[in-house]
Design a protein around this ligand. Structure first.
Ligand code: UT7
Length: 323
C-alpha cells in the first residue's frame, strides 16, 4: 500500500519583543531607509533573555497540534530544524518531545540552516511514506539573535527569532484525495560553505561564534538555486508552475523573492511575504509564513503550495504540497 504524508495543521510562535530598524540604528551605522530599500525588512522579533529556541518550538508545536486536532500521544516522530539549538546536545527536539509529553517514537534535529524546514519536511516525509512513523511534527525554530554580531551592520539588520510547525500524517494514497506532500527536492553544495557560516563551534573553536556572510555572493546563488529547485520539484511532480496556488518562500530578502518571481514569471499576488515583519528567521521562516497565510484565509484546504529555501551550506530545496 502506497502512503502519502498528509498535512493536518500548522502553528507558529513569535517572541513578544519587536525590534525596529530604528532601534538597530541606535546601535550601528544604518537607517530604516537603507534596510527597507535593500531587504524589505521593517522589524523583527527578538527572544527575551532566557527565552530559548525550545521554548519557541514548544509553543509553535502546541499551536500546530491544536489545529491538527492531535494529542501528544498521536505523535511518533519529531524532526526539528535549527541552527541555534539550546545546547550543543542533546537535540533541541528531545527537549521539545519531553515538554509536549510525547513518550514514543524518535525526536532529532536537522541542521540545514535557512533550508532546514524543507530538509526536515523531506526527512519526515521519508519516514512516513515508508511506514516507519504514523504522525510527525516538523518544526523550524531559531534564535538567530544569539549568533548575530550586533556590531556588524551588514548582517545584524537581517535576522529575527521565531518558530513554526506542521503536523503530517501517513495516509493511504488512495484515501488522501491528492492531498499531502507531492514532491521534495533538497540539495547541498559544500564548496560554498564559507559564504555563510558561524565562526565558532565545539570542535573547531570551543566557542559559540557569530554569523558571517558574504551577502552579495549568497544573494546571487539564492535567486539561481531557488528558481532551479522550484522548477525541478514541479517537473518531478508533473505540475506546471502556473498551477501553484501559493508560493511560500524562505523570507531572507524581498529582493530575492522579487528576483525569483521575475525569473519564473510568477504572479506576485500569489507569493506569501512576511519578511517585513519577521526578518529572516532561518528555518522558522517557511512555517511562519505558511501559518500566516492559513490563518488569514489565503491558503485553504486543497490549495497547491510550493515552499522553497536557500541557506548556509550552501543548502537549498523546495517542497510541493496540497494542503
Ligand atoms: O537566509 C540565508 C540566505 N541569506 C540571504 O539570502 C542574504 C542574501 N544577501 C542579501 O540579502 C544582501 O546581499 C544584503 C541585504 C545582505 C546586502 O545588500 P546588498 O545590496 O548586497 O549590499 P552590499 O552588501 O553590496 O553593501 C552595499 C553597501 C556597502 O557600502 P559600500 O561598500 O558600498 O560603501 C555596505 O557597507 O551598503 C553598506 N551596508 C549598509 N549600509 C547601511 C551594508 N549593510 C548596511 C546597513 N546599513 N545595514
Amino acid at each position: 500500500m502506497r502512503l502519502r504524508s498528509v498535512y493536518l495543521g500548522v502553528g507558529a510562535h513569535l517572541p513578544d519583543n519587536v525590534v525596529t530598524n530604528d532601534d538597530i540604528a541606535l546601535r550601528v551605522d544604518t537607517s530604516d531607509q537603507w534596510v527597507v530599500e535593500r531587504t524589505g525588512i521593517r522589524e523583527r522579533r527578538v527572544a527575551a533573555v532566557g527565552e530559548k529556541t525550545s521554548d519557541l518550538a514548544i509553543a509553535a508545536a502546541r499551536a500546530a497540534l491544536d489545529r491538527a486536532e492531535c494529542a501528544p500521544s498521536d505523535i511518533d516522530l519529531i524532526v526539528l530544524a535549527t541552527a541555534t539549538p539550546d545546547l550543543t546536545f542533546p537535540a533541541t527536539a528531545a527537549r521539545v518531545q519531553a515538554a509536549l509529553g510525547v513518550a514514543q517514537g524518535a525526536a532529532f534535529d536537522v541542521a540545514a540552516v535557512c533550508s532546514g524546514f524543507i530538509f526536515a519536511l523531506a526527512t519526515a516525509d521519508n519516514f512516513l511514506v515508508r511506514g516507519q512513523a504514523k504522525r510527525a511534527l516538523v518544526i523550524g525554530a531559531e534564535t538567530f539573535s544569539r549568533i548575530v554580531d550586533w556590531e556588524d551592520r551588514a548582517t545584524c539588520v537581517l535576522f529575527g527569532d521565531g518558530a513554526g510547525a506542521v503536523v503530517l500524517e501517513a495516509q493511504p494514497e488512495a484515501e488522501a484525495n491528492g492531498r499531502g506532500l507531492i514532491a521534495t527536492h533538497i540539495r547541498t553544495d559544500g564548496r560554498f560553505h564559507d559564504l555563510l557560516y558561524v565562526d565558532g563551534g565545539p570542535s573547531e573553536t570551543g566557542t559559540v561564534g557569530k554569523l558571517r556572510m558574504q551577502g552579495n555572493a549568497v544573494f546571487r546563488q539564492a535567486v539561481e538555486h531557488i528558481s532551479g529547485a522550484m522548477v525541478e520539484t514541479c517537473a518531478a511532480a508533473g505540475v506546471p508552475l502556473s498551477d501553484i496556488d501559493w508560493f511560500v518562500p524562505h523570507q531572507a530578502n524581498q529582493r530575492i523573492l522579487d528576483g525569483v518571481a521575475r525569473r519564473l514569471s510568477l504572479d506576485p499576488a500569489k507569493i506569501v511575504s512576511t519578511v517585513a515583519h519577521h526578518g529572516n528567521t532561518s528555518a522558522a521562516s517557511v512555517p511562519l509564513a505558511l501559518n500566516e497565510a492559513v490563518r488569514d484565509g489565503r491558503v485553504r484546504r486543497g490549495d497547491l503550495v510550493l515552499m522553497e529555501a536557500l541557506g548556509g551550506g550552501l543548502t537549498w530545496g523546495a517542497a510541493l504540497m496540497r494542503v
